[in-house]
Write a protein that binds this ligand. Structure first.
Ligand code: SF4
Length: 262
């Protein structure tokens, strides 16, 4: 039994050759339950050893295999070939998820492209360095009052609930790819970094609130967000960056008014 014959249309590019990106197609018989990542590994092993892509955990934990699958940011390791060929092409524009191409006669064609808003190094491998630089810029580590307290810092479930959703980020950069501001403004910190910023701002153990607010107070920070909500819709881990950005912005406004309520 198989999931049928599929054509993978992969956008190829090698920054070392400086050639124009071009699609290359590969035919593959998909086995039941095969993921897009497994399909790419099969293509690489059996048809084209020059095809480049990243992966590591194969379990939607490391975020390495994020790529565009039929026009949508996905983790290749958790996207089944069968589902990808059924779903048609989906894009996010503004605040709405818009189906631009329903599955039709060529529904067995699966288009695979690199993430957007990051420089392509080769094929599906993008340069993640600017993405991680932005993450480091928001200082995503705990800054407590006392570095080595005599006892552990205890956090109750109620206090942890605010920060917890943001701890699920796997730094896949799907939200950065789908963000319309990141596309226009290369200096914008972006949804992933701002989500991690809020994760520590909301952590009751952290005492660097004022300093943290200063780090993101500006057009490259929380003021840059257009509230398209694309990042919230696309995140494979259910992280809500836009909510964190809105709360950070509100807190900056309160601090400026001299009303420092959390
Ligand atoms: Fe990926 Fe979600 Fe983290 Fe963005 S917030 S990097 S989409 S896991």
């Amino acid at each position: 039994m198989t999931d049928g014959q599929h054509t993978f249309r992969v956008l190829r590019f090698d920054s070392a050759d400086d050639e124009t990106p071009a699609y290359q197609t590969y035919a593959l018989e998909a086995s039941p339950g095969m993921t897009v990542l497994e399909a790419l590994l099969r293509i690489q092993a059996e048809q084209d050893g020059t095809l480049a892509f990243r992966y590591a955990c194969r379990g939607a934990v490391c975020g390495s295999c994020a790529m565009m699958i039929n026009g949508r940011e996905e983790l290749a390791c958790r996207t089944q070939v069968r589902d990808a060929s059924r779903q048609g092409r989906t894009v996010y524009t503004g605040s709405a998820r818009e189906e631009v191409e329903a599955p039709g006669s060529d529904a067995q064609m699966i288009t695979v492209e690199p993430l957007r808003n990051l420089r392509v190094i080769k094929d599906l491998v993008v340069d993640m360095e600017p993405f991680f630089d932005k993450l480091v810029a928001v200082e995503p580590w705990l800054q407590p009052e006392q570095a080595h307290p005599p006892r552990e810092r205890r956090v109750g479930p109620g206090a942890w609930a605010e920060a917890e959703p943001y701890t699920n980020c796997i730094l896949c950069a799907c939200c950065h790819s789908v963000c319309p501001v990141a596309e226009q403004e290369p200096g914008y910190l972006g949804p992933a970094a701002l989500a991690q910023h809020y994760r520590f701002l909301a952590d009751v153990r952290d005492q660097a609130g004022e300093h943290r607010l200063a780090l993101v107070d500006g057009d490259d920070g929380v003021n840059g967000c257009d509230f398209a909500w694309n990042c919230v819709h696309i995140c494979p881990r259910g992280v809500p960056p836009t909510k964190g950005i809105a709360k950070t912005r509100a807190r900056i406004t309160r601090e400026r008014r001299g009303d420092g309520r959390q």
